[in-house]
Design a protein around this ligand. Structure first.
Ligand code: UD1
Length: 369
């Protein structure tokens, strides 16, 4: 490849939530003249259901580089991604590296780029749970420290960054890029036929997603959750797409039986999951993205965690924290519903355009690499 025509901006994605955030920014950058974006997939998520299906549904081009890092301990995974990413930077010498969210791939690639003197832009900067036991919190804080441009989804995120001493001129409030994808995809989805496939009617079922180590890695906690789901599923349909991490722990701990009539399925494609989310009576989750998507959809959400890095979903949206013990869960699942919030400022489907405008303003002219 001729260096003159090579990519000058590298976008990094590795895990499921990254793909949903990358899609609109890649599109926005492609439409700007002089920008030659390249996609690097770290391989943190590699199953078709966790990765390739998102590329297909969201029309993301095949990655230019596949690092194939795969699973492992946090150290193994982070180190493997770093070692595999460095040659890409050496080869492309991009003007900029863009990272998304808070997964191990985010931090690994931000660190490589920063050490090699390449500016880093972080999309979804400034979120803080203030819970240092969460691997994502470590990734967030360190990635923000390494970044030159910090794109925040909400005002609280800007305030967190300012409090940590990040110069204000590097911080931009751009809104929530996941909502860009949601508003773009929702009208394209045949919701009626998806609900029919699952045999459910709007507002007559519960949708569940759980994969955080704090919920699924500990046997007693996971058993409490599955017992609660089994109880609720006796009288209302519960649809539970099971993340690979959760699936492995359910099998290892022999807990599948306690789910009762819960309708467990493999991880779902983006559009199918969005249709089920939009029509659920209530969603139970521990995902960050689902807290935001339910707020954007106006669907009640229960988050099985002690804290959230996304307080705006509670203060303005439809989210509420709930304990993971069976009594609290059954009570919340049976009684929650009907709560409506408001859509936070700038969650309007234009975050990617704002980011692209800012990047062009700061880094123009983007020279050939
Ligand atoms: C990761 C992110 C988390 C994000 C989540 C979304 C970190 C620290 N965590 O958690 O923030 O919310 O992705 O899904 O980056 N596995 C497969 N197939 C795959 C991927 C994973 O079977 O395609 C299994 C493997 O056994 C692996 C386990 O799932 O060890 C966990 O995957 P990993 O990427 O380490 O963490 P997640 O729990 O997915």
């Amino acid at each position: 490849m001729s260096r003159l025509n090579g990519p000058n901006v590298v976008l990094v994605a590795g895990a499921r939530p990254n793909f949903v955030k990358l899609a609109p920014l890649h599109r926005a950058l492609l439409s700007r003249s002089g920008v030659r974006p390249s996609i690097v997939h770290t391989g943190q998520h590699y199953d078709d259901a966790m990765s390739a299906v998102f590329f297909r549904e969201l029309g993301i081009p095949t990655p230019d580089v596949e690092l194939g890092a795969g699973s492992g301990s946090h150290t193994e995974q982070t180190a493997s991604i770093m070692l595999r990413f460095e040659p890409t930077i050496t080869k492309y010498k991009p003007r900029l590296v863009i990272v998304f969210g808070d997964v191990n791939s985010t931090l690994a690639c931000a660190l490589v780029a920063a050490k090699m003197g390449i500016p880093v832009a972080h999309v979804e900067a400034g979120l803080r749970s203030n819970d240092w036991t969460m691997p994502e919190e470590i990734n967030r804080v360190l990635t923000d420290r390494l970044s030159d441009r910090l794109y925040a989804p909400s005002r609280d995120a800007c305030n967190n960054l300012a409090r940590e001493g990040i110069p204000e001129e590097r911080i931009r409030l751009v809104g929530n890029i996941m909502v860009d994808t949601l508003l773009w995809q929702l009208p394209l989805i045949d919701q009626v036929s998806i609900l029919r496939t699952f045999g459910v009617e709007p507002q007559r079922y519960i949708l569940v997603t759980l994969h955080r180590p704090s919920n699924v890695d500990d046997g007693a906690t996971l058993e409490g959750i599955t017992t609660a789901l089994g109880r609720v599923a006796a009288s209302e349909t519960v649809i539970f797409p099971v993340h690979p991490r959760t699936r492995d722990h359910l099998a290892r701990l022999g807990l599948k039986g306690s789910l009762g009539r819960t309708h467990s399925v493999d991880p779902l494609p983006y559009r199918t999951f969005l249709a089920l989310m939009a029509n659920a009576r209530v969603v139970l989750t521990d995902s960050g993205g689902v807290q935001e998507e339910t707020t954007a959809l106006g669907v009640p959400c229960l988050t099985a965690r002690q804290n959230t890095e996304r307080p705006v979903t509670i203060l303005e949206g439809t989210n509420r924290l709930v304990d993971s013990d069976p009594e609290s869960l059954v009570e919340a699942l049976k009684n929650d519903g009907g709560r409506r919030g408001r859509i936070p400022d700038l969650w309007d489907g234009r975050a990617a355009e704002r980011i692209a405008d800012d990047l062009l303003a700061v880094y123009t002219p983007l020279p050939a690499s």
